[in-house]
Ligand binder design. Structure first.
Ligand code: DGL
Length: 263
């Protein structure tokens, strides 16, 4: 296989990173992509950051052994716990992580809603690990005084999505319980790659809020980094997308279904 035809590895704790993969495949349809979900060990978002790091390192090592030319960490939790170390470990590998899309939500409040006094209200839904990390505190700190940013840890939510039953009453009730106190929110940031699959339910509960997620930005950045490294696939044929789960074959089939699903 030619160097540039090697796959881009897209990694998540489970099915969530498929929301990023959808964006990446749309932007770079000729790339070969290997999607790997560690569903056997999901959810990451309620484990210790040390364990998330260990699991991420070992999965990434395997993906590189297979011959990945670039890595997209399509998991906010793994990005916040491990991406800095990964960059140190593999200095020549293009590595792109994902973080909650707070910046566009702040700009939306200031420019579209003209709330320039810091009163725009942004809810950031994410896993407990993402919210507990220093990286997240730094990210929020960058927008000090420009918006009211409210972190909303959502334990168990990724796990419920991971079952594949994204329209369950359990999920709808869960969302109602945590979002109804924020009916006046201007925007909601989906800070976990599992959440775009339940976006519709969030919109139903908070119809006045604009929803942001980092999937498109991450995919765009991945394409840019791959080009910059001279690694883009120059083939004009449609790329192959392979789905692998640490859990079982049924799970990797569910990844494909989520990839093809209309949202
Ligand atoms: N999809 C992951 C994220 O973006 C985490 C889900 C989990 O808890 O495993 O944070």
């Amino acid at each position: 296989m030619k160097d540039n035809e090697r796959p881009i590895a897209v990694f998540d704790s489970g099915i969530g990173g498929v929301s990023v993969l959808r964006e990446l495949a749309a932007l770079a349809p000729n790339e070969n992509i290997l999607y790997y979900g560690d569903s056997e060990n999901a959810p990451y978002g309620e484990k210790s950051p040390e364990l998330v790091r260990e699991l991420t390192f070992s999965n990434v090592e395997n993906l590189l052994r297979i011959g990945a030319k670039a890595l997209v960490v399509a998991c906010n939790t793994a990005t916040s716990a491990a991406v800095r170390d990964l960059r140190g470990m593999y200095p020549t590998l293009p590595i792109v992580g994902i973080e909650p899309a707070i910046k566009p939500a702040v700009i939306y409040g200031e420019q579209t809603l003209s709330k320039t006094d810091g009163s725009s209200k942004i809810i950031v839904m994410a896993t407990p690990v993402t919210i507990s990390q220093a990286k997240f505190a730094r990210l929020i700190g960058e927008y000090e005084g420009r918006a009211e940013i409210i972190p909303l840890p959502c334990p168990r939510l990724a796990e419920m999505i991971e079952t594949g039953d994204i329209n369950s009453t359990e999920i709808k009730e869960y969302l109602k319980n945590c979002l109804v106190p924020f009916l006046d929110a201007d925007s909601v940031v989906l800070g976990c790659t599992h959440y775009p699959f339940i976006r519709r339910h969030i919109e139903e509960i908070l119809p006045g809020a604009k929803i942001f997620d980092g999937g498109f930005g991450t995919a765009k950045e991945a394409v840019r980094r791959i080009k910059e490294a001279g690694l883009e696939n120059r083939s004009t044929q449609k790329g192959n997308i392979e789905f692998v789960s640490s859990k079982d074959k049924k799970m990797s089939e569910l990844y494909r279904r989520f990839f093809e699903m209309e949202l």
